[in-house]
Ligand binder design. Sequence first.
Ligand SMILES: [Zn+2]
Ligand SMILES: [Zn+2]
Length: 152
Amino acid sequence: MLRQNERGNETAMLVEDILQQATIFGDNACWIWNGPVSEKGYGRIQIDGRKVLVHRFVYEKLKRPLMSIEGLHHKCKIKRCINPNHVEPFISDHPDGGPAFQRAKTHCPNGHEYTELNTYRPPSGGRICRICRRKKDEIRNAKGRNHGKKRT
Ligand SMILES: [Zn+2]
Ligand SMILES: [Zn+2]
């Protein structure tokens, strides 16, 4: 077995090795993993016989350890990206989302971008797409015009 300090060096070397296998476009740009990937498209390697997700490993080494219930959401949407600044931890029972994941969404369910102008933030929290809201209002108004006379 390795002694503690040698173990630490080994980990540092591993991170170095991993970064060698990635194309790094810059500190703030995507670090694209060029090694093996899992069925889901995430970089995956074996360490001590254990399958390890590369972006997770790099995050833990360069940022902080993650709990097993913590997932990492790719803000940049590039699954092979291993830049720890491009992923955001979230805690959720559901594999594809918790509140942090919702916040990271850039488009409404109908595909409109959440720009500053197009985002309405109700006091109750969350975000509402203004385009969709306007469409709903238009539909409601149209219905109101058509059926208004029938209402009591
Ligand atoms: Zn990225
Ligand atoms: Zn919308």
